[in-house]
Design a binder for this molecule. Structure first.
Ligand SMILES: Nc1ncnc2c1ncn2[C@@H]1O[C@H](COP(=O)(O)OP(=O)(O)OP(=O)(O)O)[C@@H](O)[C@H]1O
Length: 255
């Protein structure tokens, strides 16, 4: 794999989004370095998805600014912006009437490109057989569909990958396999990856930096090792306690 420059940096400056009286995202200021793998963790309703969607403008903030490599996302037409950003979410939303190959090629078509070799290369990248290009989404398992979603997200050479509970609906074995594939892709393509998850274990095992959200704010920000060492504060400790207690119970059962 040739050396590549890292994916873009992403910065948030005072980003706020209100729905009614409440702030889903409340004045978030944050710099994400190019090439990092960041997990956004927090309980349901803490604002993770809303913050993530300000990056590709599925959500427009009421205040503040989001920039990619220093360029305000509001300065670019949304369609063009989204072509540079891969987006994977739970039950990834493949077009059911299009073949797997046509689904993967969709971002290329939208960019005015025809590149059948790219579809095969993307299937290789997400470790699916090339013959799957001719199948329909309904003929795939949930995990295979998520892989197609990742292939589609990266087909047009996006260097920034946004993922919102990408493994949410999958069984634990498939989750683990797909997480491994994502880690490899992140490293091989030097992506910047931001992943929303409610699962602290998943965040700690995959990301290089873990951010905890609570009531629209970032309340903890640390590398996994520091978070596990209890150096990231009470909110992080409370979330880390869950997988830790599970691991301890499993260990105790082997004694
Ligand atoms: N389109 C919307 N209209 C009104 N309220 C919204 C909208 N989207 C989100 N909210 C509210 O904003 C808050 C944050 O929601 P958000 O989806 O960002 O949380 P989350 O941390 O991603 O939660 P989950 O883990 O359950 O997906 C919630 O209180 C939610 O009800």
């Amino acid at each position: 794999m040739p050396e590549q420059s890292p994916g873009p940096a992403v910065s948030f400056a005072g980003v706020t989004k209100r729905y009614g009286d409440g702030a889903a995202v409340d004045g978030v200021t944050l710099d994400i370095a190019g090439g990092s793998f960041v997990a956004l963790v927090g309980t349901s309703g803490s604002g993770k998805s809303t913050l993530l969607k300000t990056v590709n403008r599925l959500v427009v903030p009421d205040a503040g600014r989001v920039a990619i490599d220093g360029r305000d996302v509001a300065d670019e037409p949304p369609a063009r912006l989204r072509r540079r950003i891969g987006y994977v979410f739970q039950n990834v939303g493949l077009f059911p009437h299009l073949s797997v190959g046509d689904n993967i090629a969709m971002p290329l078509v939208l960019a005015g490109r025809r590149d059948p070799a790219r579809v095969a290369a993307m299937l290789d990248l997400v470790e699916l057989p090339r013959a799957f290009a001719g199948r329909m989404p309904a003929e795939l398992s949930g995990g295979q569909r998520q892989r197609v979603g990742v292939a589609r997200a990266l087909a047009a050479e996006a260097r920034l990958l946004l993922m919102d509970e990408p493994f949410g609906a999958l069984d634990p074995v498939t989750r683990e396999a797909l997480a491994g594939a994502i880690r490899r892709l992140h490293a091989d393509l030097s992506l910047t990856t931001i992943m929303v998850t409610h699962d602290m274990a998943e965040a700690l095992l995959n990301a290089t930096r873990v951010l905890v959200m609570q009531a629209g704010r970032i309340v903890a920000d640390a590398a996994p090792a520091a978070m596990l060492a209890g150096e990231a504060g009470d909110a992080a400790d409370a979330l880390v306690a869950v997988p830790r207690a599970q691991a301890e119970r499993l260990t105790a059962m082997t004694r």
